[in-house]
Each structure stands twice: as C-alpha cells, then as structure tokens.
Design a protein around this ligand. Structure first.
Ligand SMILES: [Zn+2]
Length: 82
C-alpha cells in the first residue's frame, strides 16, 4: 500500500471493514506501523463487529478456515447495514 503524502488536511482515514480485516492479523501480531495501528484502533473503537473479530482473532489459532469464517462474518455484517 503506498504511503499517503503528508497532507495539511486533517483527513480522517477511516478504514473500511474489509481493510480492517486485512490488517487484523498484523494488528494482533503488533507488526503494523504506528499510523496503521492508530487507524485500526479508531476503527475498532467505532465498529463492534470488527472489535469482536479482533477479540476472536486473538484467541483462535489462525488457520485459513478461521480466516475465511471471519471474512464471511464481516461480509454478512456489512450486508445487514446496507
Ligand atoms: Zn468494521
């Protein structure tokens, strides 16, 4: 992902749930950059679905099956909203 150029705008980079799920394993492992980590925390603070996923993610062994189930859960949650 390209780094956004420094901007004078106070632009909130709101993550979508898709992006959040993509970043979740790095977030849990603590390998995100501080900026991305802050974005994740902001998203998790306002998104109960992804927060619940993050909590599950920390507890479950990460297999492909688990990841697919988490993604399906997010996809279903998004369908409910729209
Ligand atoms: Zn979310």
């Amino acid at each position: 992902m390209p780094r956004a150029p420094a901007s004078e705008d106070d632009e909130m980079r709101d993550l979508s749930c898709d992006q959040s799920v993509d970043l979740l394993d790095m977030y849990v492992e603590g390998t995100l950059s501080p900026e991305m980590r802050a974005d994740m925390q902001r998203h998790l603070g306002g998104c109960a679905d992804c927060l619940a996923l993050a909590e599950q993610y920390e507890r479950l062994p990460r297999t492909e099956e688990v990841e697919q189930r988490l993604r399906a859960t997010v996809a279903a949650a998004r369908r409910w909203r729209h």
